[in-house]
Write a protein that binds this ligand. Structure first.
Ligand SMILES: NC(=O)c1ccc[n+]([C@@H]2O[C@H](COP(=O)([O-])OP(=O)(O)OC[C@H]3O[C@@H](n4cnc5c(N)ncnc54)[C@H](OP(=O)(O)O)[C@@H]3O)[C@@H](O)[C@H]2O)c1
Length: 282
């Protein structure tokens, strides 16, 4: 009989995490769907997922979640999908040290801590899949996303190093590179923008008015936006393929910017990125 493979997915309260958790359960995986709020854990349990509380900003929460999952699986875990993250908008010169630190706490340090608790389990098994949800903004930077760009560039670097260090162990590391995907991401980013950026006293005050108008339009999708099951397909490949890819591009903007950054000079790429950015608030 084929053994059921298990996977832990972070950030399943909404968006890509929720879609992937449901989809992989249907596909036959034993899914541990993590969320950081008890009401979301209950909601996930109520729809038939095995849910676990996990807040990436809290080391105790991370270790308790890992302990719980391993107790359920008899110490095994085939895969980890590091999906949870948020976007902190704002110009680089408007980011306080604390706000930048917070972005890294969630998007990088918490993810790193969780991964390091799972790697020994995978080493013991002699196999495993670590899938990192990065972003097109981990490949190319856009203005006013410095904190998020930096956290995803850092995730790219850490994941590339990890892949090299795990070569030959049976553990594969893949990065997913989404462009715009339907989720709560934009609404959550808008909340962080309002909470953490002093818009009134910024030299970028006028630009921010445009950002506010754009981010407030929750119903209006950016061009080339795909539903989250576009990510699910790539995650399934990263889990099932005997030779998973190091990077999975998702959406047209990722293909365009992913290739542009490899082919063009920085000067030319900057011109394109400034054009993309200046068109955003129109
Ligand atoms: N949507 C896009 O256009 C897009 C594009 C490129 C990359 N991505 C990446 O895709 C991933 C998923 O985002 P999404 O689009 O599905 O957005 P989303 O709907 O906002 O989901 C993000 C998830 O991360 C969770 N999260 C945030 N901070 C956390 C923390 N400290 N501990 C644990 N969980 C935390 C959120 O929980 P709460 O509900 O409790 O906040 C939520 O479950 C992220 O890594 C994001 O960077 C998204």
């Amino acid at each position: 009989m084929k053994k059921t493979k298990s996977i832990l997915i972070t950030g399943c309260s909404s968006g890509i995490g929720l879609c992937t958790a449901k989809g992989l359960q249907q596909f036959g995986y034993r899914v541990f769907a993590a969320a950081r709020r008890t009401e979301d854990v209950e909601k996930l349990n109520n729809i038939g997922l095995e849910s676990v509380l996990l807040d990436l900003n809290d080391s105790h929460s991370i270790s308790a979640a890992v302990e719980h999952v391993l107790a359920q699986t008899g110490g095994q875990l085939f895969a980890l999908f590091n999906n949870a993250a948020y976007g902190q908008p704002g110009a680089v010169e408007d980011l306080s040290r604390e706000v930048l630190r917070q972005q890294f706490e969630t998007n990088l340090f918490g993810t790193h801590e969780l991964t390091n608790l799972i790697i020994p389990v995978m080493r013991q098994q002699g196999d495993g899949r670590i899938i990192q949800n990065s972003s097109v903004l981990g490949l190319a930077a856009l203005p006013f996303r410095g904190a998020y760009n930096a956290s995803k560039f850092a995730l790219e670097g850490l994941s590339d190093t990890l892949r090299l260090e795990l070569a030959g162990t049976g553990i594969h590391v893949s990065l997913i590179e989404p462009g715009p995907i339907e989720s709560q991401f934009r609404a959550n980013s808008f909340a962080m923008f309002k909470r953490n950026i002093d818009r009134q006293h910024s030299v970028h005050h006028h630009y921010y008015q445009g950002v506010e108008a754009r981010l407030a339009k929750q119903g209006q999708a950016q061009p080339f936006t795909l539903p989250p099951d576009a990510i699910l397909k790539k995650v399934i490949h990263a889990l099932e393929s005997p030779r998973p890819k190091a990077r999975y591009y998702v959406t047209v903007p990722t293909y365009l910017l992913g290739y542009a950054r490899r082919l063009l000079s920085t000067r030319l790429l900057d011109k394109i990125l400034l054009k993309v950015s200046s068109g955003e608030n129109k």
